[in-house]
Design a protein around this ligand. Sequence first.
Ligand SMILES: C[S@@+](CC[C@H](N)C(=O)[O-])C[C@H]1O[C@@H](n2cnc3c(N)ncnc32)[C@H](O)[C@@H]1O
Length: 333
Amino acid sequence: MTKWKPTFEFLLLLVCLLALTGCDGSKQERDKAVEEAEKAKAELARVEAIIEEIQSERDELKENLATISENWEKANSELVVVTQAHDDLLDQVNELTNERDSAILQAKDAKAQAERLGEQLKEKTEELRAYEEWVKELQATIKDLEGQIEEIDNQSTEQSAEEVSEQSNDTREPDVQFVPTPQDVVDKMLELAKVKKNDLVYDLGCGDGRIVVTAAKRYGCKAVGYDIDPQRVKESLENVEKNKVGRLVRIEQKDIFTLDLSKVNVVTLYLLPSLNVKLIPQLEKLKPGSRIVSHDFGMEGVRPDKVVKVTSNEDDDEHEIYLWISPLKKIPD
Ligand SMILES: C[S@@+](CC[C@H](N)C(=O)[O-])C[C@H]1O[C@@H](n2cnc3c(N)ncnc32)[C@H](O)[C@@H]1O
């Protein structure tokens, strides 16, 4: 609210009026005028004090205004920063919302796919179970048939043994006496020959049949042992029976120099150097890639592909094993 302020001119006019009216006036009037003037002065002083107070209040307000303006500026620039941050966050929120939406879609897709795969898995599991049942049935049938085969083989082995004992008139003296190859040397011979399941192995002069029995047992291949001595043939047949390899192994009483070797993959020998040489024309009929392994004795005139030495645990002796791979490499004279 605006307060009234008597100006200096107003006060002067008031004094003049009092003087004019008081020229002829009484002392009483003059005193009254003096009193009025005193009052006016006091009023002036009061008003001046008020003015001073108001000025000081205004200065204070000015100061406050400056401070508040400064704060306002600060707040304004903070507002700009915060607004920018807010906008950035909004952008991020939008981006994240988009990402979330596409993740939701992907998750839905994956769920549908998983459900489809689950169905397929269930079907396959049932199919597998049916096949497993079938396999069990087939295994039982195979077991049955194998039992029958073994029985038949054993019967034919017994028959062969009887036949052999009746053949005594056809025999002649062996070209070399029976000396068995130690079992660990037999193992090494077959290893060196790299015998495979599909190979046909011949042991020429089979003795007690240990080489052919080992080949069948270890590699599951077919093998035939030939010996001219009926006693050795009998022992071989017993060995075959004892090891239950009658399905894979055949033993024949025959002179090895009459044999056709054209279908054989592996030939094993433990004879004599001269007998090995005598076998060359038959060994030359072997298919390419066939292997010949000989215990202790080489073959004069034919270069071996490998010679290895083995110390047997049975006799503590060192044994040599020769390997030739068909076709034979003749050493020129
Ligand atoms: C040294 S033994 C080897 C036995 C067997 N191969 C081994 O390594 O254990 C030689 C065998 O060859 C037989 N033998 C010798 N001359 C033969 C021939 N002309 N035909 C068939 N076998 C023969 C002998 O009866 C004897 O059993």
